[in-house]
Write a protein of this length. Sequence first.
Length: 435
Amino acid sequence: MIPRYSRPEMVAIWSPETRFRIWFEIEAHACDALAELGVIPKEAAKTIWEKGGAAKFDVEAIDEIERVTKHDVIAFLTHLSEFVGPDARFIHQGMTSSDVLDTCFAVQLSRASDILSADIDALLAALKRRAFEHKNTVTIGRSHGIHAEPTTFGVKLAQAYAEFSRCRERLVHAREDIATCAISGAVGTFANIDPYVEEHVAKKLGLKPEPVSTQVIPRDRHAMFFATLGVIASSIERLATEIRHLQRTEVLEAEEYFSPGQKGSSAMPHKRNPVLTENLTGLARMVRSFALPAMENVALWHERDISHSSVERMIGPDATVTLDFALSRLTSVIDRLLVYPDNMLKNMNKFRGLVHSQRVLLALTQAGVSREDAYRLVQRNAMKVWEQGADFLEELLADKEVTAVLPEADIREKFDLGYHTKHVDTIFKRVFGEA
């Protein structure tokens, strides 16, 4: 985790203090269940909660113990026993380290998912507000980076809204998939611990029991989770890239907010660079990169190994912290985005009506001209606009083959911008509902 790209609430989930507190809660809830089953004394379970719950775990002290034991969970249990006293012998009955580590990881990923869901909600609210603001702001749509046909800037933002709505749905499913608890003991057979303990701990932590844990929770769940984060990051990059293109000097249809006192270049005082969306593009690359090692973690040896452990210690915090920061940054960009409708119209008219070529093509075919001939007639006039700077409408009106089929009034009617925006309401209803 790099502080530059981190926010406190998400970082706190991955702090050693939080991790040890979750470990304790897993152990203490397990003790409650064991006490109900009569495996350990109820007074011991009560003492563990009272003394352990009030304990302030010393991260440095635990690290010092681990330097000797070379085992993080044993180091924690040794430190915990200093607070609990003799009843500490009842802690970790029939459990393995993976029971604690995997269940804790599930809790952390679930909490991180809740923050990410809230982040997406904030982004959706910003996109919806700006989409309705620019619902009828006409702009040129582009394919291959080349002028295609008119659309509206609101439709562009509505598309982003729909995409991030899907992202949120995927995240909800990924959270549900990852939120499983394993308290099944060595090789996952429950030989030394009753399945009821797992059910009890799962319920207390807001998880569900893992059907077959084989001592570790199967990593296909984690692979899907981090892949989902990668897809969300890709959606961030798609929108960030659109804004970067629109901010280019020769386009300048939209622009990141440039605050008073902000500097764009150390050498060129005139610069206003799209630094936030460029940053988002880079952060998206990082989040996507964490999906591959998560997938490679699926193939563990037999019932367990720990080849996944070092990977998850990195990608768990880094992926969620980075995506949290990126979603927040993108929301801010959308909230404060500067939009230039006049430049949009100016750019659309740069090639003097070429964007209406398809309407003329269709009109010719509907008037009886073959599609091949209609295409030839429209394209030869369009090329004069590209190559000579001519006016498309004027060229069509001067083309006797065209006017022989289409009256002047019909040709002029094909240059109406309203034709291209007549179904914007329908699109918005599909995306946002009747409201």
